[in-house]
Design a protein around this ligand. Structure first.
Ligand SMILES: NC(=O)c1ccc[n+]([C@@H]2O[C@H](COP(=O)([O-])OP(=O)(O)OC[C@H]3O[C@@H](n4cnc5c(N)ncnc54)[C@H](O)[C@@H]3O)[C@@H](O)[C@H]2O)c1
Length: 274
């Protein structure tokens, strides 16, 4: 037991999660705290970030909430300053902020020619730039220390393009590419102490996909049904089911692992459909 605890421990580590107040982000923040890390929850809504930090502190962990937009460099720089003042260092960055917009989705009654370019750009910006920019700001401490872990959040649609979600799919495919690129960049220029990996969640019911997957009465849409049918486990994932993979990738248990994208998907990516 002692061996496992040491191998997966995040004691004396500081972890920052963007989008930390989202449905998946909350579960990730709690598990990092339970593994011993001090957690910095970054969200756009200050009260929500502080509330989650309080919940973690009340259950015996260490956490602070900071408000920052992942597309606003000034706010990220200010957040970084606060982290360093508060905890002295930063060891783990989870780029969790992301999402979709209606105009970047091509519904069955529409075609590529109806794409709203402004929404398309916004979705690519949020999911891609919204991971690159925080990496630039928060990664500097890691580069200086030659030590750190960066986790990006990709998607099933990066592995095999899903219908409808054009902008989101393009951005998440770019996130998988960025993960591999950055893993090489960090290892070559700053050494093996900095590892970069991604998690590709299957389907989890959250705010960003609720309208795509469920009807107002809570029953599944046609797309929701299809996804469940094509997930060998026959269900959506629970946010907590991402946490074991996160802790593995954040800890010394994955010391020789960099540049991979791990599906956590109830078998979705392995299934050929029949
Ligand atoms: N839910 C799924 O099935 C699923 C599948 C694959 C990938 N993902 C990814 O997981 C991550 C978490 O999403 P979720 O499903 O928990 O959705 P969510 O909507 O509950 O959480 C997303 C969070 O990102 C935050 N956010 C959005 N724009 C931001 C900005 N500009 N600056 C800072 N924060 C911002 C939101 O406020 C929210 O807290 C996202 O990257 C998402 O794309 C989710």
């Amino acid at each position: 037991m002692q061996y496992l605890e040491t191998l997966f421990s995040l004691k004396n580590k500081t972890a920052l999660v963007t989008g930390g107040t989202g449905v998946l982000g909350r579960a990730l923040c709690s598990s990092l705290a339970r593994a011993g890390a001090s957690v910095v929850i970054v969200g756009r809504r200050k009260e929500a970030a502080e509330q989650l930090a309080l919940e973690i502190v009340n259950s015996g962990g260490r956490a602070i909430g900071i408000s920052a937009d992942v597309l606003d460099k000034e706010q990220l720089v200010a957040a970084n300053k606060r982290v360093l003042q508060e905890f002295g260092s930063l060891d783990i960055l989870v780029n969790g902020a992301g999402g979709n917009l209606p105009g970047a989705i091509i519904t069955p009654d529409k075609t590529i020619f109806d794409l709203d370019m402004e929404d398309f750009k916004r979705v690519v910006d949020l999911n891609l730039t919204g991971s690159v920019l925080p990496t630039q700001v928060f990664g500097q401490t890691m580069a200086a220390n030659k030590q750190g872990v960066i986790i990006n959040i990709s998607s099933m649609t990066a592995l095999r393009p899903l219908t409808r979600v054009l902008g989101y799919g393009a951005a998440k495919a770019a996130i998988s590419n960025f993960t591999q690129w950055l893993a090489v960049e960090m290892a070559k220029k700053f050494g093996e102490g900095i590892r970069v990996n991604a998690i590709a969640p299957g389907f989890f019911l959250t705010e960003q996909n609720r309208n795509l997957l469920t009807k107002p009465d809570g029953s599944l849409t046609e797309r929701g049904e299809l996804i469940v049918q094509q997930t060998p486990y026959g269900r959506f994932g629970a946010p907590e089911e991402l946490c074991g993979t996160l802790l593995w990738l954040c800890s010394d248990a994955s010391k020789f692992v960099s540049g991979i994208v791990v599906p956590v998907d109830g078998g979705f990516s392995a299934f050929g459909g029949i």
